[in-house]
Design a protein around this ligand. Structure first.
Ligand code: DLL
Length: 433
């Protein structure tokens, strides 16, 4: 049930003590080794010795993606390159990618955290883990891989893509745990159906899915189609990669490994720290990283810190499922819309497939939202009236959930592009003009 019960279930008093000790070390490390941090601290009149309690965290400056870009590629590293044994990078939608580095010890800590995460998510050393996250600069593939090896499971480093082969290997090798993005898991389920392979022929029992936002309804759909238990895993390259947080078997929020990361949720407009239960932007501080420590990194991910304890016994902070990103949030005629809200509505309806795309455009000065949704095979061959009725119902439900007018377009099965990694849910044509 636990990989490292001592630290995962550390009594809170001891956890806070450890966090403070590690925060002080991290603050010193960045102050003396990273010019950006020294400047940012000095602008606020801060020195490392000003950090005397965990409450002092809120005095520290935020770090943003722009800060990382301005210091591209290695300016935020706190160790000489001779100590860096691995580089990863994540591409944003605009500008330069972010480059992150790891010392040998960072890689070791990451493997430990990923082993913890896999166990928390339901894997054991007896599992055969098919790792269909992309291998390469993306942290998903290698992050999960090292954790699975540390756990002692048998890893199949298949990476993303070649879906028919994924299904064949899953069947022939007796894969028990699948790791990939939720959108790819669904695509694998679809290809399995095409190949006439039923979940009963597989040994698959568990899926550890993340790297993109997904809804509770999407979880149910994946669980139903693959006949597995699916958990949500969260992480980001800037903070370490996968392994920052994961759900346990209770599936009631994602546990953050508090001996390695401090989490805050802030109001993205004012920067004010919000109390548990309130939704805002997640801000993370690393406590043990050597090569690329981050202080109050603004993730742009929207969540809330959950109040109360989890029956599983892990003591660190829990966060709610990420509903979207501040920069993914569409503002359509002044109304905030997240793709995950649309997904949730679509999945409540029979007759559609959870493959969808939001197309935002501007007619004159008015923003428009079109939701393209695939119809399931059976229904598509059905009478036109049935389709019209479905379109109308979906439109009404989406309009009442989102609070704006929506055009729903039902499209033929398998016409929306499938992803092997992170799905592209939004086409915003407004930006092109
Ligand atoms: O996506 C790391 C990862 C790999 C996480 C495999 C989980 C599994 P990046 O490519 O840097 O790293 O993207 C990080 O992806 O800020 C979120 O916006 C989003 N994201 C990651 N996990 C989740 C999740 C990896 N479970 C960005 N739910 C993050 C929602 C997620 N969004």
């Amino acid at each position: 049930m636990y990989w490292n019960p001592k630290y995962e279930c550390l009594p809170l008093e001891e956890l806070y003590e450890l966090q403070l000790e590690r925060l002080k070390v991290t603050v010193e490390r960045v102050f003396y080794n990273v010019p950006h941090y020294r400047r940012a601290f000095q602008e606020k009149g801060l020195e490392p010795s000003d950090i005397k309690s965990l409450e002092d965290l809120s005095k520290l400056p935020f770090t943003t993606k722009d800060d990382l870009r301005e210091n591209y590629p290695f300016g935020m590293f706190a160790v000489p390159m001779s100590e860096v044994v691995r580089l990863h990078s994540s591409s944003g939608t605009t500008g330069k990618p972010t480059v992150v580095g790891y010392t040998r010890r960072d890689i070791d800590v990451w493997a430990e955290l990923m082993a913890r995460a896999l166990v928390c998510g339901g894997a054991t050393r007896n599992d055969i883990i098919q790792n269909a996250y992309g291998y390469g600069l993306f942290t998903g593939g290698l992050g999960i891989h090292y954790g699975a090896e540390r756990l002692g499971a048998s890893v199949i480093p298949i990476s993303g893509g070649n879906t028919r082969r994924q299904v064949m290997i899953m069947k022939d090798f007796g894969t028990t745990v699948l790791t990939c993005t939720p959108s790819y898991a669904l695509h694998i389920a679809e290809v399995m159906e095409e190949m006439g392979v039923s979940p009963e022929e597989l040994k698959l029992r568990c899926g550890i899915f993340g790297a993109e936002p997904w809804s509770e309804n999407m979880r149910k759909e994946i669980e139903r189609r693959l006949k597995i238990s699916a958990v949500d895993i969260y992480g980001l390259s800037e903070v370490i990669g996968p392994g920052v947080a994961i759900e346990c078997q209770e599936k009631n929020g994602l546990h953050i490994f508090g001996d390695h990361f401090l989490a805050e949720v802030i109001d993205p407009a004012t920067g004010e720290v919000l109390p548990p239960g309130q939704m805002g932007e997640l801000v993370l501080t690393s406590l043990t990283k050597e090569a690329f420590p981050v202080i109050r990194y603004r993730t742009r991910d929207i969540t809330a810190i959950l109040p109360g304890e989890c029956p599983c016994g892990r003591t660190g902070v829990r966060i709610a499922r990420i509903t979207g990103r501040t920069d993914d949030m569409l503002i359509i005629r002044g109304v905030n819309v997240f793709p995950s809200q649309v997904e949730s509505v679509l999945l409540q309806f029979g007759g559609t497939e959870p493959h969808y795309q939001l197309i935002v455009d501007r007619e004159g000065s008015l923003d428009t939202l079109e939701v393209q949704v695939e119809v399931s095979e059976g229904l598509f061959s059905d009478k036109v009236r049935g389709l019209e009725e479905l379109e109308r119902k979906l439109r009404l439900e989406l309009e009442s959930t989102l609070g704006i007018n929506v055009k729903v377009t039902l499209v033929e099965p398998k016409t929306i592009a499938r992803s092997e990694g992170k799905a592209k849910r939004v086409i915003d044509r407004r930006k092109l003009v």
